[in-house]
Design a protein around this ligand. Structure first.
Ligand code: SIN
Length: 281
């Protein structure tokens, strides 16, 4: 039974809920952490408002859900490898996460989740969209489910990091672009079973998925593009409007997300911690 102090308010029909009645800066008891995990599993992404957390408190909260994941492409770009600072300054022509994606899926063991905390936000704009990939899978026809069952796809970070991605000239958040950077590629099933809920979901995304196993990129394109676009049909999504002190905690195993690039003349500054995950199967 859920802790009576916690209030859960869904923000859309199929994904996303705000949790009220929790102060993340405090050491939470096991029952509360269990409740938060349950709400995360039920709603795929959860949000908290009016929080005030410093870096140690942010890390302590993340560690209640697993080990901290060190992002290979941000390692060395800030003082603390466990923290990714996501900053958008007026004039930036690119931002982090502006395509639909799950985080870091080029890794063999992509993160299970991410906890993003808003330090400074625009008065309007700069929202984040999330899409439920259980719904995306379940809405496919039986014929399409059969076609993609057993199919695997390659995921690469060549579009989002390294010298060829050419991100750093256009945005304030820097990523590794040094000559020693090496592309990371992993092969993951197109249909994955969530390790905690046991539900099937669609596991491809714009930023990382390049092509299907045994096919060229050109051959993969029509089916891959269909699956990518299908995955963020409006009825599978929610939109989160940030305030200073808001937190979004997404289950990266089942969510895709997109940062909307519409902050115009405003600054936006966030702090992100990722939590380690397991091999998608
Ligand atoms: C991300 O893709 O992790 C960044 C999301 C955001 O800044 O809203």
């Amino acid at each position: 039974m859920r802790n009576a102090k916690i209030e859960v308010r869904p923000i859309a029909g199929t994904i996303g809920a705000e949790i009220h009645g929790v102060d993340i800066s405090k050491t939470l008891d096991d029952a509360t952490v269990g409740d938060i995990r349950k709400v995360l599993l039920d709603h795929c992404v959860i949000f908290f408002r009016d929080q005030s957390i410093d870096i140690p408190q942010h890390k302590a909260f993340a560690r209640r859900f697993g080990e901290i994941f060190i992002h290979p492409n941000y390692k060395g770009t800030g003082p603390d490898p466990e923290i990714v600072g996501i900053r958008r300054e007026p004039g930036d022509t690119k931002i982090v996460g502006e395509e639909w994606h799950a985080d870091t899926t080029m890794s063999a063991l992509p993160p299970m989740g991410a906890i993003l905390y808003a330090l400074e936000v625009p008065p309007y704009g700069g929202d984040t969209l999330f899409a439920n990939q259980y719904q995306a899978y379940e809405a496919l026809s039986d014929g399409m489910k059969k076609l993609i069952s057993g199919l695997k796809a390659y995921h690469s970070d060549r579009k989002v990091a390294g010298p060829q991605a050419n991100m750093n000239a256009h945005r304030s958040t820097k990523v590794r672009e040094d000559a020693d950077w090496k592309e990371t590629v992993s092969l993951h099933p197109v249909v994955v079973t969530h390790p905690e809920t046991g539900r099937k979901l669609l596991y491809v995304n714009h930023s990382y998925t390049t092509h299907f196993e045994g096919m060229t990129e050109a051959e993969s394109k029509p089916l891959l593009n269909f699956l990518l676009e299908h995955g963020h049909r409006p009825e599978f999504t929610c939109r989160f409007r940030w305030e200073k002190g808001s937190i979004a905690f997404w289950d990266n195993r089942v969510c895709k997300h997109l940062a909307i690039h519409d902050a115009g003349p405003w600054r936006r500054e966030m702090r992100r911690i990722q939590i380690a995950g397991v091999r998608p199967v």
